[in-house]
Design a protein around this ligand. Structure first.
Ligand SMILES: [Zn+2]
Ligand SMILES: [Zn+2]
Length: 740
């Protein structure tokens, strides 16, 4: 059909649409029912209708509102998926400014007595030509009214695309636009689906145009009350409340281990490590209650000073999220993960700011060193953050007597403190949560330090890399941990959030009962509350309450909305999803700093500060992962048993003392030697891999990329959106991009 830019339609008789004209065609988006319907008419009749006129500023007013009410970041992140990631952020910002200053014109609308049905837009004279049949139908017919509004939005989308690419785009030296003539996407259809924000609650109908014709003169409108009648019963499939949300687990960070189900002896997570508590806590729900505390430590890592909105700064989704909103998001995830416990004891398993806390290096034994000599003070963002530790701090020194970095003692002490509080709280949900939280630190000791590497060297495998240079201390090679690089967060935090927000099966409009909300909807509602324009949240809430009303209609318990009206609120909603997804990508990227390439190889460069990723054995790709898990299990079992004895009344039992005894250099302890030797007998190949920095770095990189890829894939425009943000980082955020 496409020949040299002209589109030829084979009809009884042939006519040609000029290359510059953009006829209305149904887009990729699903529910729009009308296609490019052409009523073939003789060429002579394609001229303005002398007795009909249409005026519509609806689409124009909506976009102007969006421009007025969005921050530049929000505006760009909303429009780029519609008009193309090939248009630079700067050009979108010019459009926003021009709209705000009233410098963009609404295109002229002319009613034609023939021509393209229902409408087209001409890139050259910038006129939207509406076939007389379309508004005639709209004036008399509900379906026709909905269709015409969609058509007008669609053609207006083409107009904005034209403005962006011709008027606002940067110029080549010869004066031509640097952008291609048209977006790679069907921007008209995308526009119609994305942009309109409807006030569903306060008005039962929307007026979108004024029409004059011999038979009807007055407003054209769409009516929501009539739309309710358009509900169609779809399927009765039970929308399982707990469906499909338990496949998001990752890492020694959260969960049971990425491949724990396939390889139960080779892949572990914080949760499966705690299976060793079985003897002392035989009831699965007790172990789950303990794991709750552990899980909270993992998820508190997303409450990072780079992500949290500082007090007093305005909302700007895409740049920051408030601590309160982040906590609520984690609470939604907890509702799925700890469903049974929470059903039995809602307040005990609700995530509060207090229980979740924030990312604190001490709670993960991370090396707190900040390479920026004048870092911004994280405590100005939230008092609960730990102050940055700069390179000259004594915390970073190696203690000559213990052969450990000084900051490790802080983690040990806060772990002991938590265990003491758990002991005092007794065998309660609170006590178990505190126990789990402390066990997280104990597990991180083996996953995040070079304890395993040094233990192997100790029993004779001297070629295993220590990931530190020698220091002035008793055992020559000190016990160190990694500086936090957030690839860990991507894997354990952003993945689950992205998957909860964008479930694999796609977003559906089913609700089995009024008032029911999917995790995805709950999270979206929280995140939209962080948008500077409150209308997104309002229209999403209106959509949900409208859906509640629909599902209340007898006989339509599983109602799915059809036709255009269903897509009216969808526009706002889908748009919200995209916006939130783009923002999430940015936030994730913002928290990633590629420690690896900054810091070089501590095995050879004299440093005692490896990066987190050089040491992290959380993931089963690391050749020493299983050994780390074995050692962690041993320690967890002892600490758990001591707590159980204490709770059972043995006041001499000191779980804090038992756990802290593990926080020593491996040359000062011997409990691990037999476990290490035993493991080494059948793991020669893994030990050999632990001797090569190149192999380890490659494994780590491959894993980080894989998890990042997962996050990117989760969104509709994920990959493209990510790259777009990277390319336009400076324009959007006014600072240099840390991510490569
Ligand atoms: Zn980790
Ligand atoms: Zn941790």
């Amino acid at each position: 059909m496409l020949e040299g830019g002209n589109i030829t339609f084979k009809c009884p008789g042939t006519f040609v649409v000029k290359a510059g004209q953009v006829p209305f065609m149904s887009g990729a988006a699903a529910t729009m029912t009308h296609g490019a319907r052409l009523i073939p008419l003789p060429v002579s009749s394609r001229e303005p209708d002398p007795v009909r006129a249409i005026r519509s500023t609806f689409a124009f007013d909506q976009l102007t509102e969006v421009a007025n009410r969005s921050t530049p970041v929000e505006f760009v992140l909303m429009l780029a998926p519609i008009f193309g990631f090939d248009i630079p952020a700067q050009t979108y910002i010019k459009l926003q400014d021009a709209l705000k200053q009233g410098k963009i014109r609404n295109p002229e609308h002319i009613v034609m007595s023939g021509g393209t049905y229902p409408a087209d837009y001409d890139n050259e004279d910038r006129i939207i030509r509406v076939h007389a049949g379309a508004p005639d139908l709209a004036a008399t017919n509900v379906e026709g009214a909905r269709e015409l509004l969609a058509v007008l939005l669609h053609e207006f989308g083409h107009h904005i695309d034209n403005v962006l690419r011709h008027d606002l785009a940067d110029r080549n030296p010869d004066g031509t636009s640097t952008l291609g003539p048209d977006g790679p996407l069907e921007e008209g259809a995308r526009y119609a689906y994305s942009i309109a924000v409807f006030d569903l609650e306060t008005s039962s109908q929307t007026e979108y145009a004024q029409y004059e014709s011999p038979d009807y003169t007055g407003p054209l409108k769409v009516n929501y009350a009539q739309a309710r009648l358009a509900i169609q019963q779809m399927q009765g499939a039970d929308a399982q409340r707990r469906d499909g949300r338990h496949h998001t687990r990752e890492t020694f960070g959260a969960g049971r281990g990425e491949h724990h189900e396939d390889r139960p002896r080779a892949s572990f997570g914080h949760e499966s490590i705690e299976d060793v508590l079985q003897d002392d806590f035989p009831r699965q729900e007790d172990r789950k209650a303990i794991y709750f505390g552990n899980w909270l430590r993992d998820f508190s890592q997303i409450v990072d000073p780079k992500i949290v909105r500082p007090p007093g700064l305005p909302k700007d989704l895409g740049r920051y999220i408030s601590r309160e909103a982040l906590t609520k998001v984690i609470d939604v995830l907890a509702g799925g993960e700890f469903y049974d416990l929470r059903t039995a004891n809602p307040s005990g398993y609700t995530v509060t700011a207090d229980k979740l806390g924030v990312y604190r290096p001490t709670e993960h034994i991370d090396n707190p060193k900040n390479i920026n000599p004048h870092p911004p003070d994280p405590q100005s963002v939230d008092a609960d953050f730990e102050p940055w530790v700069t390179a000259d701090s004594p915390k970073l020194a190696v203690n000559p007597a213990t052969s450990m970095k000084n900051y490790i003692a802080d983690s040990r002490d806060s772990m002991r403190d938590e265990l003491n509080r758990a002991a005092a709280a007794g065998d309660t949900s609170e006590g178990k949560r505190l126990l789990g939280s402390a066990l997280h630190v104990l597990e991180d000791f083996f996953a995040h330090s070079n304890f395993v590497e040094l233990s192997l060297r100790k029993v004779g495998f001297e070629r295993v890399l220590p990931w530190t240079s020698p220091a002035d201390c008793r055992h020559q090679y000190p016990l160190v941990t990694g500086m936090f690089g957030s690839t860990d967060v991507i894997a354990s935090i952003a993945g689950p959030i992205a998957q909860a927000l964008f479930p694999v099966e796609g977003w559906t409009f089913k609700a089995s009962q009024p008032g029911q909300r999917s995790d995805s909807e709950k999270i979206l509602e929280i995140l939209l509350s962080e948008h500077s324009d409150p209308r997104y949240l309002t229209s999403f809430k209106q959509f949900l309450s409208l859906r509640d009303q629909w599902t209340e209609i007898p006989g339509h318990q599983y109602a799915e909305l059809i036709g255009w009206v269903a897509s009216a609120p969808m526009r706002a909603v889908l748009n919200g999803y995209n916006l939130v997804y783009q923002s999430l990508l940015h936030l994730v990227g913002n928290s990633v700093d590629d420690a690896q390439t900054h810091y070089g190889d501590p095995n050879t460069n004299g440093s005692t500060d490896p990066s987190h990723s050089q040491l992290a054995k959380d993931h089963d790709v690391h050749p020493l992962h299983v050994l780390a898990a074995k050692l962690a299990k041993y320690a967890v079992k002892q600490a758990g048993a001591a707590m159980k004895a204490r709770w059972d009344g043995d006041t001499a039992s000191d779980p804090g003392g038992v756990a802290t005894a593990f926080f020593v250099h491996p040359y000062d302890s011997s409990w691990q030697d037999a476990i290490v030797l035993n493991w080494s007998r059948s793991n020669g190949a893994n030990i050999e891999r632990g001797e090569s920095a190149t192999i380890l770095e490659h494994l780590h990189e491959a894993h980080a990329q894989e998890t990042m890829e997962q996050v990117r894939r989760a969104g509709r425009y994920g990959g493209q959106g990510w790259e777009y943000i990277q390319r336009n980082y400076e324009t959007l955020f006014g600072e240099e991009n840390q991510v490569r």
